[in-house]
Design a protein around this ligand. Sequence first.
Ligand SMILES: [Zn+2]
Ligand SMILES: [Zn+2]
Length: 501
Amino acid sequence: MTAPRVLFIGLDAADESLLRAWADAGELPNVARLLAQSQRCPTQAPPAVYLGGLWPSLVTGWQPDRHGYTWWERHDPQTYGTRRFRTDDIEAPTFWQRLDDAGLRTLVVDVPLSRPAPGFGGVHLVDWGAHDPDPRGFVTNPPGLAAEITARHGQFDADSCDRFARRHRGDEGAIVAGLVARIAARERLFDDLVRRESWDLAAVVFSESHCVGHQCWHLHDPGHYAHERAATRAGDPMLAVYKALDGAVGRLLDHAGPDTRVMLLATHGFRTHPDAGHLAPRLVRRLVRHLSASLPAGRPPSSGERLSRRWLRTPRKARKAGPVRRLARHAFDHAFVVPNGDGWLALRLNVAGRDRFGRLAPGPQTDAWLDALQHELSLVRNPGSDRPAFKSFLRRDTLYRGPHADDLADLFAEWDSSAHYPALHSPTVGRLEGPLLERRTGDHRPEGLALVSGPGQEPGDLGRTLSITDLAPTLCAWLGVEMTDVDGRVAEELLEPAVTR
Ligand SMILES: [Zn+2]
Ligand SMILES: [Zn+2]
């Protein structure tokens, strides 16, 4: 007896509590059906770095300190600026590559942050209609498939999520219509492919739940600081998109039939977008300047570095031809902000031996700085709510110590997003305000939900939370393939009785 084939349906950033509530209310009949028939497995994405690190961890089974990807751009320890991190720079194979290597047939559509790997024998479509696609755009394996797909199903433009939303600003009906059309087109495309290809595993990810959460959360959540009751008269845009997803999921399940093992995954959830991130680099610069007076200074800057530092203080235009043209302004600071998405502020220390102009020695010097920075950040408040601006902290070295740990930030601070930020207030460096450019109103929380159903699968609650890295080895185990050398572990409870080995 062979293992049943596997259908993986990802609902990217579909909030699990909304799925449950709307299923209970009768709005999402297919999700309700799955909730009743499935093992319900809560999932958790990698702490503090899940905004960028979730998908690479999910598809490789590796933690972010092992694959190194936490955001689409990352700190460059040479220039202190940022450079693009391409997901095909990740050294780990994806679960579909492992299945392909084992001789199984795979079909993969629009899994975020993936690219066709050299030598891969299955069908792989990337960024056909994605949330924040790679600038290289839509690609397929085999390469010739792209033209055929575009001719038959069109192609959704490669705009970023924000550019798409900006085109329809103030007309949420148009945003919803665009997303619903993309859901319907992807369903047709995927349905075509699963019918004509033979496969052991087929995977599809719908990104529309992600886009609508970022752009329309304020219209859904009455507690949001920018909630507009008038705009929701036409209905909740999030519900409209979730209903379209529910319909697509139901039809795909029906076509797959009862002999297929199914994992429906809501990857991570939503909450209010904190709107003070634009003030953070200035806040941190001032805090660092203040702390420099009392904390270990570390290695003194060389005369050349002192000169370069003076250059950096001149306006960028005036240093066009200078030796430090490409250096970021914070290259000689003891600590600075690095990219990590919006929900968690990420700070990096300038550590000797790791960063080009590193000054602080690892150990007591860096610890003193981390303690002091965390303490200062804990005192920062939102004058709009009179609450602390940060609700939790994570020191990288307490959790992430893998081979790429040094590529990550050193200290993470989770923004409180319960109210609008008219400013930030620090008792040490005072009040900061400035114009907000960010327009997203929803941001992520790390909790997700996997619903597992299929032949022999008893419904119920798993009773524990799976790491997002457990899913890839579990999907492979269902098809009899052991995914060795991963951080995630097979969820043994989900193996029996349907798989025979
Ligand atoms: Zn997002
Ligand atoms: Zn989007």
